[in-house]
Design a protein around this ligand. Structure first.
Ligand code: 13P
Length: 263
């Protein structure tokens, strides 16, 4: 964890939870807080929850009351127009989203999102006032072939070319595909090496401003292994799938990275 960048812990609920279940989850969290479960100091860690698109607006006021950010999981490029089924960054912002995940490997794989599309989405997110969490990562085969750096370089360079100027909101999540949902997280030192590489790529283009860009790790993060990533200087937080879905595992994660409740 660096001294200059505020760490970010983000929950990616993917296509889990109905709208009702999403609201119930945040209500239950709020009840725990009212009963004395101390939220971490916002200066210590930024928390963000990314529910399904339909749940954004209903959970927005509840998360806001907790001081927790609201993230979408995808956006479309552009502001409005003939895009059947599309949801723009402006619509997400209107639903009070503050963040948006861009280029998650599931979007790349299941929806055929190429690097150029992901890059355009990252730029569109920034233009709409959102903080993009851009995901990059290699497959198991690419890792075995020693191609991790080559793959993430292509993915990130496309984004850096599309974003017009240095922007500290840009957030990158290194999510190796083989670590997602497998229970087999990356070793913190390997993730850290890739995170440093990614920052160097940002610095190549943005110079010293790269120092403000947060680089997260994602892939089988739990309360049991999160500290390994949290303690790495090059890693500025985590993007969490499975362990964010249940109240107990989520609260355990939050408490692990922010053990000292505010006085
Ligand atoms: P898991 O934490 O379930 O491995 O998911 C990671 C992920 O894809 C977060 O975006």
């Amino acid at each position: 964890m660096s001294a200059v960048r505020r760490p970010l812990l983000a929950a990616n609920w993917k296509m889990h939870k109905t709208v009702g279940e999403s609201v119930a989850f945040v209500r239950e969290w709020s009840r725990r807080v009212a009963d004395g479960w101390a939220l971490p100091n916002a200066a210590e860690v930024e928390l963000v929850v990314c529910p399904t698109a339909l749940a954004l607006a209903p959970v927005a006021p509840l998360l806001d009351a907790l001081g927790v950010g609201l993230g979408a999981q995808d956006l479309d490029v552009g502001s409005e127009g003939a895009v059947t089924g599309g949801v723009s960054g402006y619509l997400l912002a209107e639903a009070l989203a503050t963040h948006v995940i861009v280029g998650h490997s599931e979007r790349r794989r299941l929806f055929g999102e190429a690097d150029g599309v992901v890059a355009a989405k990252a730029a569109a997110a920034l233009a709409a006032g959102l903080t993009p969490i851009v995901c990059v990562g290699e497959t198991e085969a690419e890792r075995q072939a020693g191609e991790t750096k080559r793959v993430v370089t292509g993915q990130l360079r496309a984004v850096l070319e599309a974003v017009p100027a240095a922007d500290a909101r840009l957030t990158v999540a290194y999510e190796p595909l083989w670590a997602i949902g497998t229970g087999r997280g990356a070793h913190p030192s390997d993730a850290s090496e890739v995170a440093s590489w990614l920052r160097a790529l940002v610095a190549e283009r943005w110079g010293a401003a790269a120092g403000a860009v947060r680089i997260l790790y994602g892939g089988s993060v739990t309360a049991g292994n999160v500290l390994g990533f949290w303690q790495a200087d090059a890693i500025d937080g985590a993007l969490v799938g499975g362990a964010s879905l249940e109240m107990e595992s989520w609260l355990a994660l939050v408490r692990t990275v922010a053990p000292t409740p505010p006085a």
